[in-house]
Design a binder for this molecule. Sequence first.
Ligand SMILES: NC(=O)c1ccc[n+]([C@@H]2O[C@H](COP(=O)([O-])OP(=O)(O)OC[C@H]3O[C@@H](n4cnc5c(N)ncnc54)[C@H](O)[C@@H]3O)[C@@H](O)[C@H]2O)c1
Length: 311
Amino acid sequence: MPKVAIIGVGDVGATLAYTLQLSGLATEIVLIDIDEGRTRGHALDMNHGLFFTPPVKIYAGEYTDCQGAKIVVITVGSRQKPNETRLELVQRNAGICKSIVSRIAPYIQETVLLVTSNPVDVMTYVVLKSSGLPSGQVLGSGTVLDSARFRFSLSQRCGVDARNVHAYVVGEHGDSEVLLWSSVNISGITLESFCKGCKHKCPPNSQSQIEESVKKSAYHIIEAKGFTNYGVSLAMLRILGAILRDEHGVLTVSTLLNGEYGLSDLCLSVPCMISNNGIERVIEAPLSAGESAALQKSAEVLRSVIKSLDY
Ligand SMILES: NC(=O)c1ccc[n+]([C@@H]2O[C@H](COP(=O)([O-])OP(=O)(O)OC[C@H]3O[C@@H](n4cnc5c(N)ncnc54)[C@H](O)[C@@H]3O)[C@@H](O)[C@H]2O)c1
């Protein structure tokens, strides 16, 4: 029966726990956080909703409760402060993630670890290396959310349901991420062909406007309300669903690259097939020359952070 442990029950972890409760995907949800009182409060509050949701056992637990979990989600850490880049969070969160891995190490040999703590690509690398697990078993939420933001922006611009828009963001979950314009399609039609029959009069700079809105949306949300939680939790729920339902869905999660796209020994997001065991396959999408160069640059950004890490 699928048990999911969430380590770090702040704004993101608590919202994920709630969306997971509503989804009916898990039979057991364990909440683990250094702030035990607030975590017990979240568990009790969620239990009071059980009359209205699919049955699920929810409780505040300890690291030992990761035993038997199909998935452990790591959402601990400090959140971005206004104007702080994700990369500036790195050193603080790396130490926390590493110490958590050492606490759960005895219980996670068969478990998939999903990391969301920022900077997520670097934290995924830290968790992977310190856990010693096979690379497919450790993934980061990566640019699943950014790809959803890209689809949303395109859907708004084109006046079409976001679910008919196929578009991917790869690279760092952060400022150097790469929007793959060359492979955008709307219900199987290339963007260029779709635009031909469209009556919306897009300004000539609409592509850069979309780039800006996708890349800066986290900053705008944090400026407005101090944190992001709903979009990221739904993105994580999508990843959990792909694992728990053995979907073989393709999502841009952060993964260790081993020669794909000419890159190795770092984690970043590319399209990956997700199944019950975690990452089943890293997919090599065809990129334009510009996209390929931008992906290499994004990798350089991450590589320099990983190099500077003292963990
Ligand atoms: N990847 C993404 O798309 C994305 C989106 C939003 C937030 N995030 C990141 O997720 C993380 C959590 O964000 P948040 O807004 O929920 O932050 P938050 O401050 O609300 O919650 C963090 C939680 O971690 C707990 N914590 C801290 N140290 C701990 C430890 N050693 N052991 C156990 N628990 C510990 C805190 O008590 C707190 O409850 C941050 O790193 C944030 O940047 C990532």
